[in-house]
Design a binder for this molecule. Sequence first.
Ligand code: GDP
Length: 194
Amino acid sequence: MNFNKAEFVLSAVDPAGFLRDGLPQIAFAGRSNVGKSSVINRILGRKNFAHVGATPGKTSQVNYFKIDGRAYLVDLPGYGYAKVSKAERDRWGRLMENYFAAGLISLGVQIVDARHKPTADDLTMIRWFYDTGCPVLIVANKLDKLKKSEIEPNLERIRQTLCPGGEAEVVPFSAETGVGKDALIQKIGGILHL
Ligand code: GDP
C-alpha cells in the first residue's frame, strides 16, 4: 500500500456522514497536541494534509483520507483539551460512541506522548479500541524529545499502562525526524494484509 498516494475524502460531523463502503478503516486517536496531525502528515509524506496546530477542541469531526484506493486513514477528533465547553465535549462523546459502535474499524492507532505516562483519557480511549476487538498499534510520538537513556524506560511505562498483557504493540516515533515512519507503515500493511 503506497501511503504517498493519499487524498482527502470528506469530514463527517455526524453518523450519517460515516463512510461504510467496506474499505478497511485505520482509525487514529490521540489527545489534542500529541502530534496526531503531524504523525498523519509524516506517514502520508505531506506537509499540511492533516491540519497541524488546529484550534484544539473546535473541530469534532471525523476526517477521511483514502490511501492508494485501498484503505481509509480516519483522523478522529482529539480529546483531553481542558478549555473545551461541556457542549463540545458531549458532542465529541456522541460522535465517538457512534463511530466506535458502527463496527467500521479495522485497525486502531493510538498516539501517545513518548515523554509522559499515558493519561487516564489515553487509557479510556484505547479501551474503546480493545472493546471493538480490532488490532491496535500504539505510536509513542515525540521520541526526539527524549534522551537516549530515557527511551526504553519510557516505552516500558507506556506498555505497562496501556497494554500490560501484550494487547497492542508500541511503535517509537517522531513526526519531527521521521523515526518510526517505515516501521509504522510496514506494521499497518502487515496487519491489514495490504
Ligand atoms: P494534534 O493536535 O495532535 O494534531 O498535534 P499537532 O500535529 O498539531 O502537533 C502539536 C505540536 O507538537 C506542534 O507544535 C507540532 O509541531 C509538535 N510536534 C508534533 N509531533 C512532534 C514530534 O515528533 N516531535 C516534536 N519535537 N514536536 C512534535
